[in-house]
Write a protein that binds this ligand. Structure first.
Ligand code: XIL
Length: 328
């Protein structure tokens, strides 16, 4: 790829989420994780749905397998996620009282963070707690945690994680910060407000994770992102790119053209961020177009397949990989 003046000498750790079933069945997937990643994130295996299917018993089998792989191959781990309104077992969705929600949340975070203490360096402590469009009466996403605990659910999560692993980096992770629309600007403000409030209360928070599921048909608010980076910096917060991929469902089928558009979009996004503030990590939500949540969540109307990631379905490097390589 072309050298970017913005890609400074110091590399930014690169990584990917890893999905356990794919990891188990596809040796090429494991090889790609080894070859390309400095950072690995269990894609689903640290979510409540996976860990807490049976209420009394924690099932760490999938997470342990991915953590062992990461450690054996000297990869840094990110933990995703301690609190989310989705991927919950039924029993958690059906909680009814404040006391029960607080007890379960604290107990869960104590057990999970303690198990991987000193091994999972960074936690997405809370995921998607911001309302989709805070301009429509925000700021909180309507989840079981918000309903039972109010805004304090975020305080409890961060406070508990910090108490159990004081050395862990604690991140607020969310999406839709980058689009040139008022809703995205409002989301950036809410993220800053939440972090400022945590800091005012003496509760540790170290950074904001931008999922960066980029819509190819929507574009990037470069100025808004750069301002966001400066505001985070002023608050003493890091930024990380945590779930990068390209949602190309609205683009015409031509694969080569889509790959070019995706690479240009990722380049615009990363250059906007990096020119204002160096992210602590750049993490994609998978590596190969063979496997991606985009296929199910953003199905195309034609028979073409989504091309969201830096490797194609046969593990060949796409133009997006050249863009990512500029920062490594
Ligand atoms: C997705 C996974 O990729 C899928 O395998 C799973 O079925 C659903 O969750 N934002 C997030 C991620 O924070 O946890 C989601 O991951 C994608 C959207």
């Amino acid at each position: 790829g072309t050298d970017s003046a913005l890609a400074a000498a110091r590399p930014i750790p690169f990584g990917s989420a890893a999905e356990i079933d794919t990891f188990r069945k596809d040796a090429r997937y494991r090889e790609a994780l080894k070859r390309y990643c400095d950072v690995i994130v269990p894609m689903n295996d640290l979510k409540w749905e996976a860990l807490r299917h049976d209420r009394p018993r924690f099932d760490f089998s999938g997470a342990d397998e991915l953590v062992a792989f990461a450690e054996a191959n000297r990869k840094v781990l990110r933990g995703h996620t301690l609190l989310w309104g989705e991927a919950l077992p039924n029993w958690a969705r059906e909680m009814t009282t404040r006391a029960e929600a607080e007890r379960e949340l604290v107990n869960h975070i104590e057990i999970v963070v303690d198990r991987y203490k000193g091994r999972i360096a960074t936690w997405d402590v809370v995921n998607e707690v911001i309302k989709y469009d805070p301009t429509e009466g925000g700021p909180w996403r309507d989840t079981i945690w918000q309903r039972l605990l109010g805004p304090e659910h975020v305080d409890i999560a961060f406070r508990t994680a910090a108490r159990v692993d004081p050395k862990a980096r604690l991140v607020l992770n969310d999406f839709h910060f980058e689009e040139p629309v008022p809703g995205a600007a409002a989301r950036r403000k809410v993220a800053l407000d939440i972090c400022r409030r945590l800091k005012d209360k003496g509760i540790p928070v170290h950074g904001v994770g931008m999922q960066a599921h980029l819509y190819a048909d929507k574009g990037i608010d470069v100025d808004g992102l750069q301002r966001f980076m400066r505001d985070l910096d002023e608050l003493g917060l890091d930024v990380e790119i945590t779930e990068l991929d390209v949602i190309d469902w609205k683009l015409p089928a031509d694969a080569a053209k889509r790959d070019k558009t995706a690479a240009a979009l990722v380049s615009t996004f990363l250059d906007a961020v990096v020119s204002a503030k160096r992210p602590k990590a750049i993490v994609t939500w998978g590596l190969t177009d063979r496997y991606s949540w985009v296929h199910e969540t953003f199905p195309r109307k034609d028979s073409a397949r989504a091309r969201p990631l830096p490797l194609d379905a046969d593990y060949r490097q796409k133009p997006m990989m050249a863009v990512l390589e500029r920062y490594r």
